[in-house]
Design a binder for this molecule. Sequence first.
Ligand SMILES: [Fe+2]
Length: 371
Amino acid sequence: MLFVTIKHLKPGMILAKDIIIYNNNQYSRLLLSKGQSLNDTYINKIIYHEITGAYIENDAFNDINAEPAINKVLESKSITKIKEIYSRAKDGGKKLNSVAVKEIESVVDELVIEILNNKELTNNLIELKNYDDYTYQHCFNVAVLSISTGISLGLNGYMLHDLGIAALLHDIGKMSIPLEILNKPDKLSDEEFEIMKSHTVNAVTMLKHVVSNDILRGIESHHEKLNGSGYPYGRKGSNIPLYGKILAVCDVYDALTSDRVYRKTCFPNEVIEYLMGCADTNFDYEIIQEFLKKVVAYPIGTFVKLSNDKVAVVVKSYPENTMRPVVRIINPDNTVGEDWDLLYDLNLINITIVGMGYDSETIDYNKILSS
Ligand SMILES: [Fe+2]
């Protein structure tokens, strides 16, 4: 399968994965199924829902197939629970009781076990969905990324459990932010941004006495930055607690790689470059290093451009260095060429990936798909 961006989808292409959409009224809805042949109507539906692109079947790439790191049943169950708990906080005088916390704990325990048992990288696939119902999906994604990073940092089971709870509840303070600010498609005014910032301290009020102090301090500091330019307190360096530093990295990564109403999604490699550029000013360098072992810069099936001007498709990622995957070359005549192992083939040591290859002038998607 190949990942083709919306701009390049054409009638006759066959979907290699389901496309799911999420909305405010129900958790998820199947928009188009795997095996469906695209026509103009279906392509317009994908465009309408602002989905980045689609996985397309192709014989020359039928050996590449990736499954999501967390199974869909557990994901769906977890998000339903997060949504329920967040709504309870909204209805119940903006405080959470210990029963709700117990329910969140059992979600975290299942997630930790699933992640420990699964060696897959967390984002080997580009998720084909939009996020109208963004907050709950975002908290789930941040939890998966945080637990994976925590494992990489060598945290013990007790700490992974607390980190997971902090991640699932990190945005619960948004339940007391007016919806017109929360869902505003344009940039927030200074006054609105001040209100938005209060979600960090609101969470502390909501969760006081029902979670540990470490969890509270982690949630409270998920928007602090290493150089003191963050909020709510402008804490610096070692004054920011560990859970807060991990949440900060995972929060920004997921926000920038998710489809949002007001902004175009970035590809993972662009976000990774951004994170690396901000290491030591905004984010903790060691945490970034461990985080990068868990997310791929170039998900499987995506078109990339190489430093020698060739275009290729990513066919395999190595956890030990996700910046240098195995790629399958697209020849100048748009036939499919050989595989290049950018990590272990020493003859290729000078070749680097310089960006996404979708808009390369030499690419003819129809020819590649018929080759
Ligand atoms: Fe936040």
